[in-house]
Design a protein around this ligand. Structure first.
Ligand SMILES: [Cu+2]
Length: 225
C-alpha cells in the first residue's frame, strides 16, 4: 500500500507541474497597453511581462484605487529601453491564488491613458476591465512602490539598468550577453530564484530598490514614453 500511495502522490505532483504555465504579456507593444489586457491564470502559473521599448512598469493596484499601488504590491521597477537598443527585460510574477489582480503602468500618465490590465477579473459584477480603465482615466495621479517587489527581473542584451549587477559583469568580460545571478529576498517576499544563460537575473533587494527609485526619477525627468 505505501508504494501505491507514493505512486498516486507522484501522479498528483506530476499533474500539478504539467499544468503550470507561463503566460506572456507584452508591455506597450502596440501603444499604451498590456497585451493581453485580460489575463487568466491559475494557481501555480507564472505571468511574464516582457518589456521591449519605452519607459514602463507593471504595478499591482486595486480596483477601487486606480493608478495607486496595492499594499505590498508587486512592482517591476521602471524599465527604460531606448529605441534602437538591442535588449529587453522580463518581469515574472508567481500566481499564488486566483483572486482578481488589477495592474497598471505607473509611468507618466500611462495609467490614465489606458495602460491597465487585470489578472483573473471577476466572472460577474461591475468590476470589469472596462470599468477599471474608465476609472483610471479620472485618477489624479499615479504612484508606485519604492522598490522592486514580488517577482524576478531578467535583463537581456545591451540594456543597461543602473544598479543591475549582471550588466556590469557581462560588459566587463566583453561578452555580448552575460549570465549573473544576484539573489536577495525582500522582506515578506517568498524567494523565486531564476537563472538564465542569456540573461541576468535579480531578485528584489533593498539596495537595488533604492537605485531603481533613482532610476524612476531619472526616467520621469526625460518625461517621454
Ligand atoms: Cu507605461
Amino acid at each position: 500500500m505505501p508504494s501505491s500511495i507514493y505512486y498516486l502522490c507522484s501522479l498528483a505532483l506530476a499533474g500539478t507541474l504539467a499544468s503550470a504555465r507561463t503566460i506572456t504579456v507584452m508591455v506597450a507593444q502596440g501603444g499604451l497597453n498590456f497585451t493581453p489586457g485580460t489575463i487568466r491564470a491559475q494557481t501555480g502559473d507564472e505571468v511574464a511581462f516582457v518589456f521591449t521599448r519605452g519607459n514602463h512598469d507593471v504595478t499591482l493596484g486595486e480596483f477601487d484605487r486606480p493608478c495607486q499601488p496595492a499594499p505590498n504590491a508587486f512592482w517591476s521597477g521602471t524599465i527604460t529601453i531606448p529605441s534602437g537598443l538591442n535588449g529587453n527585460a522580463t518581469f515574472t510574477i508567481p500566481i499564488r491564488d486566483t483572486e482578481p489582480k488589477w495592474i497598471y503602468c505607473s509611468f507618466g500618465r500611462h495609467c490614465q491613458n489606458g495602460m491597465v490590465g487585470v489578472i483573473n477579473p471577476p466572472s460577474e459584477g461591475d468590476n470589469t476591465f472596462d470599468a477599471y480603465k474608465s476609472a483610471a482615466e479620472e485618477a489624479p495621479e499615479s504612484n508606485r512602490p519604492t522598490a522592486i517587489n514580488g517577482g524576478s527581473l531578467i535583463v537581456r542584451g545591451d540594456l543597461e539598468i543602473p544598479g543591475f549587477p549582471g550588466n556590469s559583469e557581462s560588459s566587463s568580460t566583453g561578452a555580448p550577453t552575460g549570465s549573473a545571478t544576484n539573489s536577495a529576498t525582500a522582506s515578506g517576499t517568498p524567494p523565486a530564484t531564476q537563472t538564465g544563460n542569456a540573461g541576468a537575473t535579480i531578485q528584489t533587494s533593498g539596495a537595488l530598490g533604492a537605485v531603481m527609485a533613482g532610476l524612476t526619477v531619472g526616467a520621469a525627468w526625460f518625461g517621454l514614453i
